[in-house]
Design a protein around this ligand. Sequence first.
Ligand SMILES: Cc1cc2nc3c(=O)[nH]c(=O)nc-3n(C[C@H](O)[C@H](O)[C@H](O)COP(=O)(O)OP(=O)(O)OC[C@H]3O[C@@H](n4cnc5c(N)ncnc54)[C@H](O)[C@@H]3O)c2cc1C
Length: 409
Amino acid sequence: MTTELEPVAEFRARARVWLRDNLPPAPPDQGPPDSKEEWDRARELQRMLHDGGFAGICFPEEYGGLGLTPAHQQAFTKESYAYEMPVILNVPTLSICAATLVDLGTEEQKREYLPAVLRGDIVLVQLLSEPRGGSDLAGLTTRAERDGDRWILNGSKIWSSGAYAADYGLCLARTNWEVPKHRGLTMFLVPIGAAGVTVQRIKQVTGSTEFCQEFFDDVVLADEAVIGQVDNGWEAASRLLYHERSAIGGTSPYISGARPHIGGEESPILDIARDSGQLDDIRVREDIGEARAMQVVRDQLIDHITRSVLAGELPPAAGSITRLFSAENSWLQTDLAVKVAGAAAATHAPGDPVDTARIGTDFLFRAAWSLAGGSTEIARTVISERVLGMPREHAADRDVPFNEVKRGR
Ligand SMILES: Cc1cc2nc3c(=O)[nH]c(=O)nc-3n(C[C@H](O)[C@H](O)[C@H](O)COP(=O)(O)OP(=O)(O)OC[C@H]3O[C@@H](n4cnc5c(N)ncnc54)[C@H](O)[C@@H]3O)c2cc1C
């Protein structure tokens, strides 16, 4: 029996009232979370959404979600812009890790973890990239070895956003060295607090310590920690990367309360030009126009790709198009903002008439948008091979057992 879904307009009206009555106004944007307190606050807000009946809008009902459509999610998100929301739980917890669990988790895993995630009790992170490089993901060397009915994990992961505040990480490890690289991997759900896991924070040029490196020394994992099938971790990784591209590119239905793509904030350039008295400058007006035009194109592109993938007119890999565009657009927006702000971008002090607080750090961080979620070079390869159907690029290690592949030490 199918039950009628609540019409989007009614859902939106109900959300508007609930948000107004329950959530405080949005605080000023403070950049990436850098303290445990910010994560605790996000968990608390997620709990409020859950108890209010607005968590996991597109997650299946049987695992604690609402089972509604992307249109319901978009409507809720638009209503929520003005309120304090647990936006740091969107990526990677909800839109990447939990989404992968929905696709590949066992019934037990889904029942155990998904409702807890939607209640804000569990924060998930991705443990994929390694110190030797993140682009050649299938060439990773963190290993999990069988020991009776358990696994022993050794190795290191890096650039894991927010791992210091997380409960579990989805960790891709090598479980078979005698087959080509894509065929010997397994995805595990690793408790960050397990014995043998060491988490170190990394300080970036912006001052943020959001990134972490993890070291695994004989970490014991049960068979129940395997996501998907043993040695078939590339399928799990592909699913996870699909969700990552969707999240970064702006087509994920699991993101709530934030503009669903990198660089999604509205461009500050108009405010800067107004506050600094440059609105009549013809060159500044051109910059404002260029920034605005790119935002409009981005929104249209996201809409078009989302609909085309859902309708089966484009392959899921088309998420790489929006991922690439979002990165290019983020660079452009940041560069134009610095151009218009001039020296104020570097010298902001609290109370300055022109609010340029974030511009300098955004500028320093902008290279990250070409790397996060897989680099833009890799996105171009994905688009050429898997969207346009061009020949695959040469790989010296294709079909070679991994233990015979030459590697640097
Ligand atoms: C904001 C942010 C958040 C992140 N969060 C996480 C996270 O939570 N978990 C996680 O596991 N990782 C995370 N990462 C890491 C990210 O996935 C990697 O940075 C990315 O995959 C690239 O890997 P790398 O930095 O090791 O660069 P490398 O793989 O060493 O590549 C270096 C350069 O070479 C280029 N290159 C490499 N191979 C090719 C090729 N075949 N063709 C053309 N060019 C190539 C790359 O494009 C890049 O420009 C995050 C990164 C950022 C910036």
